[in-house]
Design a protein around this ligand. Sequence first.
Ligand code: BTN
Length: 254
Amino acid sequence: MIEPVPPPRLPLGYTLHSFDAIDSTNAEAKRLARSGAATGTIVWARTQSAGRGRHNREWISPSGNLYLSILLYPDTPRQEMTQLSFVAGLVVLEAISNIVPDLAGRLTLKWPNDVLLDGAKCAGLLLESDSDGWLIIGIGVNIASAPVITGRTTSCLGAVSLSPPTARFAEAIVARWDTQFRRWETQGFPQVRERWLAHAAYLGEQIAVTLGEETVTGIFEGLKQDGGLLLRDSDGALRHIMAGDVFAASQAGS
Ligand code: BTN
């Protein structure tokens, strides 16, 4: 007999919508937002049949990995909501480090919002917002398996360490989100930026950034106050990049 999965326990003010299978937790959070769901609505599913990643890529979603979306209505202009992707990246890295302390020194953050384990992608975030004021933060963490993503090296926590069930990660992520979101509300972005940079992958190194058809290379010098990536190109000019995919220069085009 299969043991029932104990659901995540969430902090006060959060409401759980839990599914064995769903198309996409972000899609469900969007449906809930459109029917008036409140801030703090959490959608958690054991599998997704139409999981989505950035740039509308497929996010393969077998059972054993984490699929979670947080719905909120931040009291901030829409262009500042991107700051919350850095909060969420840190939250995921810190939650994993707390649950599996062996992994703490092996996790890094790749701009704008991937979590890497030993340099391979183990978690991704998809932020979606609307002029109605809602923001959805979708979080996928490879726990039991590492589905293939074309052009990327992927990994999962289970490949390098014994990991607890996905519900424990959901619990830890929402609890940490709750405190870090409040901290962002009271202290703003500079402290997030500092902490994010302390875990940044490729900082000070040669990287390639794909911007649609164009690829630019240079040294990753840091984050601007708005979360944009600062790249010193081969002419010595400092470029401010707001959207793109980052690779170690040696991996570009692989
Ligand atoms: C990426 O790195 O491209 C972002 C991946 C985000 C995947 C998560 S899984 C939970 C939520 N539901 C989705 O359909 N996508 C996000």
